[in-house]
Design a protein around this ligand. Structure first.
Ligand code: HEC
Length: 197
């Protein structure tokens, strides 16, 4: 009995997965890809603007607060507005809240490999639809000159002191220009199958 049931449910799952996979027209993927790109872009622009203002107004020590407070705020604001899970992540993270999930770590390792093979600053993107309907997007964030003060090889002592205070287990140092510092991650939950359809 058990075996029969297991076999039956196994094939039902296979049929369902197939049916769901086929019922998603590629146009949905395109528009979700565009929405994901646009969310990653907005997140990046907001952070750049805030970081620039923070650096101009108070210098790098004060700008740490921007990264610490503003980044999670913008991420949850964009998540609320879009319904996707919007985040930043990295293999060598400063804040453990940004540690990658296994699928994100896989993509980040792949980005590192591609970055080593491709020309500097080539855009690196990932987009995939899972069998359960989850759609995942990631876009690599490269290290540029502004980032080096807080993520580079030579961190000024006053800055290092503040970082040590806030992030005693900081992994996000020692980067060079053009390195993949991390990635924006946009994850769309599967459509709600109970919503009247
Ligand atoms: C003023 C210092 C400062 C500068 C400049 C700075 N960062 Fe950060 N960065 C931080 C801090 C602090 C965090 C941890 C934020 C948190 O607690 O979520 C962080 C976190 C991150 C994260 C999330 C993953 C992690 O390590 O926790 C990424 C990605 C990142 N920074 C990329 C950049 C990039 C790219 C630049 C340059 C455009 C940059 N940062 C410039 C201080 C800085």
């Amino acid at each position: 009995m058990k075996v029969t049931f297991a076999r039956l449910s196994g094939s039902l799952i296979a049929i369902l997965t197939f049916a769901i996979g086929c019922s998603v027209p590629s146009i949905v993927d395109e528009s979700t890809l565009e929405s994901s790109r646009s969310l990653a872009h907005s997140f990046g622009m907001r952070l750049k603007t805030e970081l620039k203002m923070g650096l101009e107004e108070g210098g790098p020590v004060q700008a740490i607060a921007v990264c610490k407070n503003v980044a999670p705020q913008v991420a949850s604001e964009l998540s609320r507005q879009s319904g996707a899970k919007v985040a930043r992540t990295s293999l060598r993270y400063r804040n453990a809240n940004n540690a990658p999930e296994p699928w994100q770590a896989r993509v980040l390792r792949d980005f590192d490999q591609q970055a080593a093979n491709k020309e500097a600053n080539a855009p690196l993107e990932y987009f995939e639809q899972e069998a359960d309907g989850t759609i995942r997007y990631m876009k690599a964030i490269r290290t540029d000159g502004v980032c080096l003060a807080c993520h580079g090889e030579l961190i000024p002592p006053a800055l290092q002191e503040s970082l040590d205070r806030d992030y005693p287990r900081d992994l996000a140092v020692g980067y060079s220009l053009g390195d993949v510092r991390g990635a924006f991650s946009i994850s769309w939950p599967p459509p709600d199958r109970n919503s009247g359809s």
